[in-house]
Design a protein around this ligand. Structure first.
Ligand SMILES: [Fe+2]
Length: 215
């Protein structure tokens, strides 16, 4: 079960009606993973239906960790949180995104949904190394991996979930998959969705990308 509406990083109180419905749905569906994003999505009660990035600092970590604890306590299960792609950064950030994500999941004692395309997109947009980011991830906490396509606009990469997974992202994924072989992999494609056969082809392409070639 993958959510976009918890607004874990927001300053509005977590929505009790939302949490109650989430708890009921989780108990009914018994999903393998329950996840949402490391972001804020509402301000003063208005939801933006988007995943806005957090400043990477101690204050964000303690704020997010206490809200993740509240969610985990309410639903009676571990939550996996996902790294988002971003197009802005904050002057108040005091650490790298990978330091922030690693420290957050340790402090919140939650799981990580690692979106490899989001790492690649943000690395390009902010000029950091995706490989350095991925080398610092606590892989024992990764329960799910996301892959997706992106587009290029005015020199920036946009995570639009509307294209095939790029070869560069597949290269990163190969290394990631070896570090957490138990993690389930999802290819996200929810814009310009092609015929089902094309989606299946993409799943097979991703599956084959991790197969070791025989000599
Ligand atoms: Fe994702």
């Amino acid at each position: 079960m993958h959510g976009v509406g918890l607004s874990l990083g927001g300053t509005d109180p977590l929505s009790n009606p939302y949490l109650a419905q989430l708890k009921a749905l989780v108990h009914w569906a018994k999903p393998e993973v329950v996840s949402d994003h490391i972001c804020f999505a509402s301000v003063d009660g208005s939801y933006g239906h988007d995943l806005w990035p957090m400043p990477h600092c101690e204050e964000s970590i303690s704020h997010l960790a206490s809200r993740i604890a509240q969610v985990q306590e309410t639903i009676g299960r571990r939550l996996a949180v996902e790294n988002v792609s971003s197009y802005v950064s904050f002057q108040s950030s005091t650490m790298t995104e990978w330091e922030f994500v690693g420290e957050l999941v340790r402090r919140a004692d939650c799981d990580l949904l690692l979106d490899v395309n989001n790492v690649y997109v943000s690395a390009h947009n902010h000029g950091f190394s995706a490989a350095e980011y991925l080398s610092a991830i606590p892989y024992e906490r990764v329960v799910q991996i996301h892959l997706a396509g992106h587009t290029r606009e005015n020199g920036y990469l946009l995570d639009n979930h509307g294209a095939m997974v790029s070869e560069a992202v597949l290269d990163l994924f190969r290394a990631v998959a070896m570090k957490c072989p138990e993690a389930r992999v999802i290819v996200e494609w929810d814009e310009k969705v092609p015929p089902f056969e094309k989606l299946l082809e993409e799943v097979h392409r991703v599956e084959q990308s991790t197969q070791v070639e025989s000599p």
